[in-house]
Design a protein around this ligand. Sequence first.
Ligand SMILES: Cc1cc2nc3c(=O)[nH]c(=O)nc-3n(C[C@H](O)[C@H](O)[C@H](O)COP(=O)(O)OP(=O)(O)OC[C@H]3O[C@@H](n4cnc5c(N)ncnc54)[C@H](O)[C@@H]3O)c2cc1C
Length: 216
Amino acid sequence: MSTLEQTGRSRLRRVRERGHYDRETIYGVLDAGPLCHVGYIVDGAPMVTPTLQWREGDRVYWHGSSASRMLRQAEGAQVCLSVSHLDGMVVARSAFHHSVNFRSLMLFGRAEKVADPARATAHLKNFIDGLFPGRWDTLRPMNDKELKATTVLSMPIEEGAAKIRTGPPVDDEEDYALPIWAGVLPINQVLGSPVPCPRLDPAIPLPRDVLDFKLG
Ligand SMILES: Cc1cc2nc3c(=O)[nH]c(=O)nc-3n(C[C@H](O)[C@H](O)[C@H](O)COP(=O)(O)OP(=O)(O)OC[C@H]3O[C@@H](n4cnc5c(N)ncnc54)[C@H](O)[C@@H]3O)c2cc1C
């Protein structure tokens, strides 16, 4: 897999050894969880909106209500899409050296609207099936009103970087002898047990696609 070109805005300056520009690492951070934040400029001021993303090949997609200010502003505009996974609290011997273990990325580019309804539907299918494999075909089909109310945006994965911190605290050399606990509190996201909808017919079993949902 190729490596993204480092540009003036995508090249890490602070702690640059934590930077990764190869697609394998970047795709790994994207695919590890759907939560993302999309930043864009509205009336000259920055705005960052949390939403869900999914990847198809070398493009990243997100969607929302056609009435959403985020999606109307983002269409055709320069955006920054960011994903972060908090993997651990890094506890050091001084306040200054406390840190976190994380995998994060920032992607830059121009958001493009998927204008063709058939293509938008196909991407939405990929979104649902990416979360719950095979679920789309088991659902009540999407109708025209729902499709009209939904905008799908995408961006090529061409410019950006991942930044990853792993490992123990890094303290000042003279502090390692101090009688202060230091280490890492790992953080893992854990799925709870499925809670059926109160209006669910109890005869309907839990499907495989829901059980197949994975984070990370
Ligand atoms: C969960 C989490 C918590 C963090 N907590 C802190 C904190 O408390 N204090 C703090 O100073 N920093 C924290 N960071 C790191 C922070 O995201 C920045 O990397 C750091 O502040 C340096 O910012 P900068 O603009 O000076 O980086 P620069 O190196 O100047 O940024 C240049 C370019 O590098 C890339 N880049 C920078 N940071 C990231 C990133 N995190 N992920 C992907 N690409 C990146 C971007 O392309 C950016 O345009 C945290 C990160 C995560 C994920």
